[in-house]
Write a protein that binds this ligand. Structure first.
Ligand code: SF4
Length: 319
């Protein structure tokens, strides 16, 4: 996996260590560069520099005005909104041609921040953390199914795991669209992602079953759109301990009859330890993988829930 970098991720350039910030500095993120960078290729974007602004340059902020939220420079009060929107429109049109499977934005930036960016009142006063950067906002509207995060939120182990799970799933989705955009291709994708979707949202898991149960009644394009919309919404929800616990029990149900009393007792003990936060998810998952191999459970062994991303990322090792 490490040598076969085929997943392309868009990213705010400064997070890679490029000195493109207003003060000529960067904001390199070591996890992204050193760890995630072993598994993906990056497609850096700096909207401010690529739109023609200099390094260094005047800093900017989002300002709430009677013309809406505007991107305005701090000293000279130059309104950069129209320029940035124009640039973003063109850039995003070009990005359609790139096989981007996710985007990591620089947190809190008035251009690139995806959430909780400071918005200042025009006439002074305390800012509210309620804005979205001009470029990131337009990106998310144009590509609503592409997983996005910012480097600040990626410090949270659960959000990090969720994002990386989603980006690998989205890559598999785009591969399916490229190589097997057929009812059979969609059904295969759905079959193999059932448990992972169940772990994030039982509601969306059920809805996905209904969508794929009606394949003859609608056109393929509208089914695909309906499916990915539901899948994206479901996968955004956190795979909590109790949802994972239910999925683990569901898995055990496939070979319950073949287990000895001692096996069952031990498995349930491990599940309970996970539920109590004493051991990480990787432990019951590894145990399930052992029994799936032992009983040659084909359906389960194809489930991405059991191996959603390279093990070396160690994302399921937190209790
Ligand atoms: S936050 Fe965005 S616009 Fe600002 S330096 Fe980084 S990449 Fe460029």
């Amino acid at each position: 996996m490490k040598s076969d970098k085929k997943i392309l991720i868009g990213i705010s350039s400064c997070l890679l260590g490029e000195k493109v910030r207003f003060d000529g500095q960067h904001k390199m993120d070591r996890y992204i560069v050193d760890i995630l960078g072993q598994y993906v290729d990056f497609f850096p974007v700096c909207p401010e520099v690529e739109s023609g602004l200099t390094i260094p340059r005047e800093s900017m902020r989002l300002v709430s005005t009677d013309r809406g939220i505007r991107l305005i420079t701090n000293k000279t009060k130059t309104d950069m909104t129209d320029m940035m929107q124009k640039f973003s429109e063109k850039k995003l049109d070009n990005l359609v041609k790139k096989p981007i499977c996710a985007f990591i934005f620089k947190s809190r930036s008035p251009t690139s921040g995806m959430t909780r960016v400071k918005v200042y009142p025009e006439n002074g006063g305390a800012p509210r953390n309620s804005g979205t950067g001009i470029f990131s906002d337009m990106f998310m509207k144009k590509f609503p199914h592409i997983p996005v995060e910012d480097e600040g939120r990626l410090n949270d182990p659960q959000l990090r795991e969720n994002f990386i799970e989603r980006l690998f799933a989205y890559k598999r989705w785009t591969d399916m669209l490229c190589h097997s955009r057929t009812p059979a291709g969609l059904l295969d994708f759905h079959q193999r992602h059932k448990l992972i979707l169940m772990a994030h949202s039982p509601v969306h898991y059920k809805a996905a079953g209904k969508i794929t149960g009606n394949l003859k009644k609608k056109k393929m394009d509208s089914i695909l759109e309906e499916y990915i919309e539901n899948f994206t919404e479901g996968m955004k929800l956190k795979a909590t301990v109790s949802k994972n616990y239910n999925v683990l029990q569901h898995i055990m149900g496939y070979f319950r009859k073949e287990l000895t009393a001692d096996d069952k007792k031990y498995i349930l003990h491990v599940f309970d330890q996970y539920k109590e936060g004493l051991i990480p998810l990787i432990v019951p998952v590894t145990l399930m993988n052992y029994f799936i191999n032992r009983f040659d459970e084909k359906y389960l062994s194809n489930q991405y829930y059991l191996s959603p991303f390279p093990d070396e990322l160690k994302l399921r090792n937190h209790a």
